[in-house]
Design a protein around this ligand. Structure first.
Ligand SMILES: CC(C)(COP(=O)(O)OP(=O)(O)OC[C@H]1O[C@@H](n2cnc3c(N)ncnc32)[C@H](O)[C@@H]1OP(=O)(O)O)[C@@H](O)C(=O)NCCC(=O)NCCS
Length: 206
């Protein structure tokens, strides 16, 4: 296996249709509706350098792309998909990290968000510093919410005036530049520091 994660470009256009098919079949298997993606839309993301594609030599492994909303104040990392043959091997995490880096590079001042019912995406976004938020913190761009029309839960979203639904909103705000250190490091500091200080040899005290 020789899987490489690329920033997609015009050389990957032949994968647009297989990507759409994969997204469609996976959504059907999960029993959820999804925002409809046309091959032309995916091609445009590739041509403009706003997508990440994972390939095992020339075999499609996975994909994700960037969308901007609310005059580029908000960025969504969308359409994450890994081919069933390659699941459970950490490729979604690699794709997520790469599309997140690309989003930060292209739109350093934008808030990055996603809405999901998927535990995998919740886990991976939390690792990247995303926080759960209510929909009021996300874009109010009507075009974004129109994307929910294909979802089987759209009636719930409508009934709640687009303020809540079954998805969890996750948000990364670039202003939160200094996230707290991981728990393990905090413990290490507290435990190790005092012990090191006490071990100073006596002669130095004089
Ligand atoms: C969800 C999906 C992208 C995961 O791809 P993957 O390559 O198998 O994921 P990874 O191996 O990188 O796993 C990343 C993490 O997510 C977890 N995870 C993966 N699939 C999961 C699932 N179905 N349910 C719960 N957790 C899952 C993994 O356990 C791992 O966490 P861990 O390291 O703490 O154990 C893939 O199953 C898929 O394409 N599904 C269909 C499309 C989809 O649901 N996309 C998400 C739209 S919101």
């Amino acid at each position: 296996m020789n899987v490489i994660i690329h920033v997609a470009d015009s050389s990957h256009l032949q994968y647009a249709q297989p990507i759409c098919d994969l997204i469609y079949v996976s959504a059907q298997a999960r029993g959820t509706g999804i925002a409809k993606r046309s091959p032309e839309y995916i091609e445009d993301k590739m041509k403009t350098g706003k997508a990440v594609i994972a390939l095992d030599d020339d075999v499609l492994v996975g994909f994700s792309y960037i969308e901007t909303w609310g005059h580029k104040k908000f960025v969504a990392n969308s359409g994450l998909i890994v081919h069933p043959d390659y699941r459970g091997m950490g490729f979604a995490r690699k794709i997520k990290h790469r599309i997140f880096e690309l989003s930060r590079k292209l739109y350093p001042n934008a808030k990055i968000f996603s809405i999901t019912t998927g535990l995998a995406v919740m886990k991976m976004n939390t690792e990247l510093g995303f926080k759960p938020v209510t929909f009021s913190e996300l874009t109010d761009d009507k075009e974004f919410w129109k994307g929910c029309q294909g979802c089987s839960n759209y009636d719930i979203l409508q009934r709640n005036d687009f303020k809540m639904c079954l998805c969890t909103g996750l948000l990364h705000d670039p202003k939160d530049q200094n996230p707290p250190p991981p728990v393990a490091k905090t413990f290490a500091k507290k435990i190790v520091k005092p012990i090191v200080k006490k071990k100073k040899p006596r002669r130095f005290k004089k």
